[in-house]
Design a protein around this ligand. Structure first.
Ligand SMILES: NC(=O)c1ccc[n+]([C@@H]2O[C@H](COP(=O)([O-])OP(=O)(O)OC[C@H]3O[C@@H](n4cnc5c(N)ncnc54)[C@H](OP(=O)(O)O)[C@@H]3O)[C@@H](O)[C@H]2O)c1
Length: 435
């Protein structure tokens, strides 16, 4: 259908009319949508009887995906259902039918982005996914557009609002992980099943997408080092604060030793860097380009309106292509010269919290193990002692050490008779002094 004539309308089909879909539907039917000639044709749902945040004419709401995917009136399909299937199948069908697609689905893009990008190119249409990372924060478009002349050196991000809310509560209120999670669930920031967030699958999907765009490397989610926040305890925040740090769930991708290391784990962040102050459900992505230097993208990583803002940006770009022709910028070519590195090769300082027998000579045994593995101790804090149990918390900060050595040391320390438990091992994120 020719969309270039004056007054020609661009037909939109929504797959999903939930939190984000309802907000996108509202925007499409607002002056913004109307002034750009956008027309919402149909919205797919599971249960048409459900009360929704948008009031659409009943004939516009359907349970039949073909009503959207096979409709000649629909030029742009907006996938806002979530989950891997049937979203993947519907996106593939829409692209194959020559429809532009925008999606907020991080799982589908992180796992199947390569194939879907090819499918879009084969069919001469666009595939956009600005809302899949960072909600309302524009980050995909800057990586595809404004920063293309840069070699990206590194990315560092807080990209999961649920865990950032939980960690912020634990840092400020001395709250336990379980209590902070329960509060996040009560406020609707965490799902009843919090696995995707607290075990860091969500952050892994997102850093996989960002790393693909920033570095031109395909980063399968199973190759990303992943550690969630369940082990993080209230006393870790107390001790970290004494040492001048806070704790965040960090997602990072950086060029190191001729390769790319992508990792998601809790990290000690120095209290005086901006990332330490990103609190609650906010997200941030720090990008370092060789030309642009360090850049900082902060905002609301979720929520109906911020996410609709990102989706609508995609829709308006696709509508402009339909009207004026041209193509949208694509992901960088895959760089075969940049291999993915294993976490074992990472090097950083470590925070090690142990519960030990409160007796002389304990530290000497632990220091002996660390020394054997070329790990030198920067400082030791003997914290809460429990005279009744004859045990005490010992916190050791190391100088930079290799991850493989540190993991070996933890196994050996755990086997020492004087050590009750290795309660936590947290990596310390380093920041150049000149920032
Ligand atoms: N919520 C956020 O703040 C946010 C932020 C960034 C990205 N995202 C992403 O945006 C997407 C949508 O999230 P959301 O929070 O809006 O989800 P949601 O509230 O659960 O809405 C999902 C919608 O999809 C429909 N749906 C799901 N499976 C379906 C199926 N098999 N057939 C037909 N309809 C189906 C549901 O229908 P019913 O209504 O009938 O159940 C519902 O309308 C997800 O990919 C999510 O990761 C969300």
């Amino acid at each position: 259908m020719d969309k270039r004539g004056p007054g020609a309308q661009v037909g939109i089909g929504l797959l999903g009319l939930g939190v984000v879909g309802s907000s996108v539907a509202t925007a499409l039917r607002s002056p913004v949508g109307r002034d750009h000639g956008l027309r919402l044709c149909a919205a797919l749902v599971r249960d048409p009887s459900r009360q929704r945040a948008v009031d659409l004419p009943p004939e516009m709401v359907t349970t039949d995906p073909d009503a959207i995917l096979d409709s000649p009136d629909i030029d742009i399909v907006v996938e806002l259902m979530g989950g891997e299937q049937p979203a993947l199948e519907y996106i593939s069908r829409a692209l194959s039918a020559g429809k532009h697609v925008t999606t907020a689905n991080k799982e589908v893009i992180s796992k199947h982005g390569e194939r879907l990008r090819e499918l879009a190119a084969e069919n001469g249409v666009s595939l956009q996914y600005e809302a899949s990372v960072g909600g309302g924060i524009p980050i995909i478009s800057p990586l595809l557009n404004d920063l293309v002349a840069n070699e990206i050196l590194g990315l560092r991000a807080i990209i999961n609002g649920t865990t950032n809310y939980i960690l912020t509560q634990m840092a400020s209120g001395g709250t336990s992980f379980d209590d902070a999670l329960a509060e996040a669930q009560r406020l609707g920031y965490a799902e009843a099943d919090p696995t995707a967030d607290v075990d860091a699958h969500d952050a892994v999907y997102k850093i996989s997408i960002l790393a693909r765009l920033a570095f031109g490397v395909s980063v399968p989610v199973e190759n990303i080092y992943r550690e969630g926040i369940r082990r993080t305890a209230a006393q870790d925040f107390r001790y970290a604060e004494e040492l001048g740090y806070t704790i965040k769930l960090l997602a990072a991708a950086r060029r190191e030793d001729g390769g790319l290391l992508v990792r998601v784990h809790p990290a000690l962040i120095p209290g005086d860097v901006p990332m330490a102050k990103v609190e609650g459900v906010l997200n941030v992505v720090e990008v370092e380009g060789d030309l642009a230097g360090p850049l900082w993208f902060q905002g609301r990583g979720a929520g109906a309106k911020p996410t609709a803002s990102a989706v609508m940006g995609d829709v308006l770009r696709a509508a402009a292509v339909l009207r004026h022709g041209g193509t949208l910028p694509q992901a960088r070519q895959i760089d075969p010269g940049l291999p993915l590195l294993a976490m074992a090769e990472h090097e950083c300082k470590y925070y090690l919290r142990l519960t030990v027998r409160d007796r002389p000579g304990v530290l000497a045994q632990i220091a002996g193990v660390l020394g054997d593995l070329e790990i030198s101790i920067a400082s030791v804090l003997q914290m809460d002692a429990d005279p009744e149990r004859g045990a005490a918390d010992l916190v050791i900060m190391t100088h930079p050490a290799r991850e493989a050595n540190m993991q070996r040391a933890v196994q050996r320390i755990d086997a020492l008779g004087v050590v009750d438990t290795v309660a936590n091992l947290i990596r310390v994120e380093s920041y150049p002094a000149d920032r």
